[in-house]
Design a protein around this ligand. Structure first.
Ligand code: NAD
Length: 494
């Protein structure tokens, strides 16, 4: 998804009404729930609606529906499965304004970026549908005469997709589209912070011909609904995106049934700026990569290592950009760079991280406090200099609009510091020297490296973290095959 230039597109607005939403199980919206979660706008506290807090019995019904539908779904030609996906993407395009409006209001995303998210989601589903005629097995060489060996790729079965709140709509597609085109069925649990867009997704699925049970949606919190889903014995794969702590916990729960996991976790992306870099390009790309979605993006630049010679000039450019940042309530204000943080816990976490950096001896040169606004979880865009490798601000994911900078003496020092991290999702380097760029490609131990551009992945790539940033990955051919398992056939001719 690329990025701020596209977020400034002309804005069209529509409104979604307040209401209670219903779980979607076995092709039906299920009436009634004893408990609900109220969803509010993080920019101003306004109530947006309520979604069910599903208990284990509801989760069980959803998993059973998916499990029952799977064998028939698997037997359809892949190209037919892709046809249903294309119906979904067409419906997404038809409800673009409503969908982006709810993303603005429940997640706090600026409107242009919310529209990019909706468009990208429809494109992603179409992209995965295109794989229907490209799914391939292998023909292997046998040790025996007159024998043929085939390696088939088969669906894993019933998938649980557990989503975070930061790209809530796109993440539905990242789980659902590769799962369905390869013949799996799925139960999705959205984040309790941003569930309404997923319930609207269920409504547009219900308007397609997708067979009952292939896609199911249950609302709820992690410790109850999510836990019941992961622990269910008829789930064959849990695909999760979220924090490291939750990912580790899910792995333990899934481990009791030896259920497979695919984990997309946090990041602390380093941006390395060498003395020969294009200064304007580096400053703008790093800035874009930090304020997009108010810094709440797993793969965006969270720490900068800049060579001494360029340090002051880079800080000056970044300061100007940070100070010019327009932030506020995207549900009523246009042309913003940034909205609020997702909730009070997010605001507290960012505030604590900045205070800790101050007491560790770093210097806040721009921002550094909660924004002076009447309501909502707004934090000022914040630039920190004098950071050092051992400080938490350079080691822990902040997930907010805060950028710490450390001066370094060489590329080798920058690479060593970048790699010395629990995280290994993405990284970037700014240089005009091909030899330095190639050295960084060789030595950076990350799933992705961006050279002279902001961090944001393409759907045909492979988004996968090293170290504690995840297990497995998503997107492209390799992400698709994460939803398959192999079956080897030995055919002995007489
Ligand atoms: P989170 O871990 O708090 O929650 C994610 C989901 O897990 C939610 O739906 C939640 O209800 C559920 N959950 C919580 N406890 C659970 C349990 N015990 N069992 C099952 N499900 C449970 O994460 P978040 O705050 O929603 O998202 C932010 C994090 O996600 C950040 O760390 C960010 O870096 C990461 N993230 C990573 C990627 C990636 O592609 N690597 C993408 C987006 C976000």
């Amino acid at each position: 998804m690329s990025v701020l230039s596209e977020t400034r597109a002309p804005v069209e607005v529509s409104k979604v009404g307040l209401r209670d939403y219903r779980n979607f199980i076995d092709g039906t919206f299920v009436e009634g729930s004893s408990r609900y979660i109220e969803v509010t706008n993080p920019a101003n506290g306004a109530s947006l609606g309520r979604v069910p807090e599903s208990g284990p019995d509801v989760v069980d019904a959803a998993v059973r529906a998916a499990h029952k539908a799977q064998p028939t779904w698997e037997k359809l030609p892949a190209v037919q499965r892709a046809g249903y996906l294309r119906q979904i993407s067409a419906n997404i395009r038809g409800r673009r304004l409503e969908l982006s409006d709810i993303i603005v209001r429940e997640q706090g995303k600026v409107r242009g970026l919310a529209q990019v998210e909706v468009d990208f989601t429809a494109d992603y589903i179409d992209y995965m549908a295109e794989w229907a005629r490209r799914l391939e097995g292998e023909v292997l060489t046998s040790d025996r005469p007159n024998e043929t060996m085939l390696l088939l790729r088969k669906p894993i079965g019933t998938v649980a997709g557990i989503l975070p709140w930061n790209f809530p709509f796109f993440l539905i597609a990242r789980k659902l589209a590769p799962a369905l085109v390869t013949g799996n069925t799925i139960v999705i649990k959205p984040s309790e912070e941003t569930p309404i867009n997923a319930f609207m997704f269920a409504e547009l699925v219900a308007e397609t011909d997708l067979p009952a049970g292939v896609f199911n949606l249950v609302g709820g919190r992690g410790a109850t609904t999510g836990e019941a889903l992961v622990a269910h014995t008829e789930i064959d794969l849990v695909t999760f995106t979220g924090s490291i702590a939750t990912g580790a916990h899910i792995m333990q729960t899934a481990g009791k049934n030896l259920t497979r996991v695919n984990l997309e976790l946090g990041g602390k992306a380093p941006a390395i700026v060498l003395a020969d870099a294009d200064l304007d390009l580096a400053a703008k790309a790093i800035y874009d990569s930090r304020v997009i979605n108010t810094g709440q993006v797993c793969n965006c630049a969270e720490r900068v290592y800049v060579e001494h010679r360029l340090h002051d000039a880079l800080v000056e450019k970044l300061q100007a950009l940070f100070r010019a940042t327009r932030y506020g309530d995207p549900s009523v204000e246009e042309d913003l760079h940034m909205g609020p943080l997702i909730n009070q816990a997010g605001l507290d976490k960012v505030g604590r991280a900045v205070e800790q950096a101050r007491s560790d001896g770093a210097t806040v040169v721009t921002g550094g406090k909660i924004a002076d606004r009447p309501s909502g979880f707004h934090y000022e865009p914040t630039l920190i200099v004098g950071a050092r490798a051992e400080m938490d601000i350079m080691r822990r994911e902040t997930f907010g609009p805060v950028l710490p900078i450390q001066a370094v003496g060489s590329l080798d020092e920058a690479i060593d510091l970048a790699n010395d991290s629990d995280y290994g999702l993405t990284s970037s380097i700014y240089t005009n020297n091909i030899n330095f760029a190639l050295r960084a490609c060789r030595d950076l131990k990350f799933g992705e490296t961006y050279i002279n551009r902001e961090n944001f992945e393409a759907m045909q790539g492979f988004h996968a973290g090293r170290r504690k940033s995840g297990i497995g990955g998503a997107d492209g051919k390799h992400g698709l095959y994460e939803f398959t398992e192999t079956h080897v056939i030995y055919i002995q001719a007489r």
